[in-house]
Design a protein around this ligand. Structure first.
Ligand code: AP5
Length: 234
């Protein structure tokens, strides 16, 4: 249930390595502000599942843990951001992930998304969630997800009440295809080479908030939501 819908949150970008907790924290923000979570990973997995032309192009790239080419993302993201539910704000989880994507997003928000004729302009707040390699490995090899409601569990750190079964709707939990150690290594390599510079780009623009992602989930949420209360909103 949304707690605070009285003002527009504006765009929020969650950055961080695989397993940092972007999806987990995005879901908390959705509950608090009643804005959509836009996960490019989830959208791409949906395309793969449905066998669309984008899904066919992305499938093997994702299975290897590499990044899907930039130009394949733009139509999918712009179509999603133009839907009415994004007008009060949205949480981008997994996008932008390259310097080119960050530049594309800035231009999109500036020229196509906000109605600048009314002087309206709302820059994204960017939250970088930091977590080290060993913790990431532990988290991703233990991750279990509900295919029905999307709730995220961890077999070691916060398991469901009944092993392998969602607490909320009783669905059988699934393990993601790319949560295998050899693929996790490639995902981390892609993160270091292509996504870390995105955080530096936003830091130079004074828009980056860093959060210690090794803290318990509730504490990470408190830190992020506290920062958004202070700096967020349009
Ligand atoms: P994507 O789905 O975005 O995966 P990712 O970035 O690798 O991130 P994850 O979803 O693995 O982790 P997360 O940070 O959301 O962590 P979570 O909250 O689940 O991308 C997948 C693929 O799609 C990419 O490899 C690429 O091929 C493609 N792709 C997507 N976007 C793209 C783009 N823009 N450009 C190009 N290609 C793109 O948490 C992980 C685990 O840790 C869970 O078990 C959770 O319960 C646990 N946990 C979370 N927080 C804590 C905590 N504080 N303490 C203890 N445990 C915690």
């Amino acid at each position: 249930m949304a707690e605070d819908t009285s003002r527009s949150l504006g765009p929020v970008i969650l950055l961080g390595p695989p397993g940092a907790g972007k999806g987990t924290q995005a879901k908390r923000m959705v509950e608090r502000y009643d804005v959509p979570q836009i996960s490019t990973g989830d959208l791409l997995r949906e395309h793969v599942k449905n066998g669309t032309s984008l899904g066919l192009l992305a499938k093997d790239v994702m299975a290897r843990g590499e990044l899907v080419p930039d130009e394949l993302l733009y139509d999918m993201v712009s179509e999603r951001l133009r839907r009415a539910d994004c007008q009060r704000g949205f949480v981008l989880d997994g996008f932008p992930r390259t310097a080119a994507q960050a530049g594309w997003l800035d231009a999109f928000l500036e020229n196509k998304f906000f109605d600048n004729s009314k002087g309206g302009k709302c820059l994204p707040i960017v939250v970088q969630i930091d977590v080290g390699y060993n913790e990431i490995l532990h988290r991703l090899t233990g991750r279990r997800t509900c295919p029905t409601c999307g709730r995220i569990y961890n077999a070691y750190l916060h398991p469901p009440r009944t092993e392998g079964v969602c607490d909320v709707d009783g669905s059988k939990l699934v393990i993601r295809n790319d949560d295998r150690e050899e693929v996790i290594r490639e995902r981390l390599r892609a993160y270091e080479a292509q996504t870390r510079p995105v955080a530096e780009y936003y830091e130079r623009k004074g828009r980056l908030i860093r959060v210690d992602g090794t803290l318990p989930v509730d504490q990470v949420s408190e830190l992020i939501l506290g920062d958004l209360e202070n700096r967020g909103g349009c």
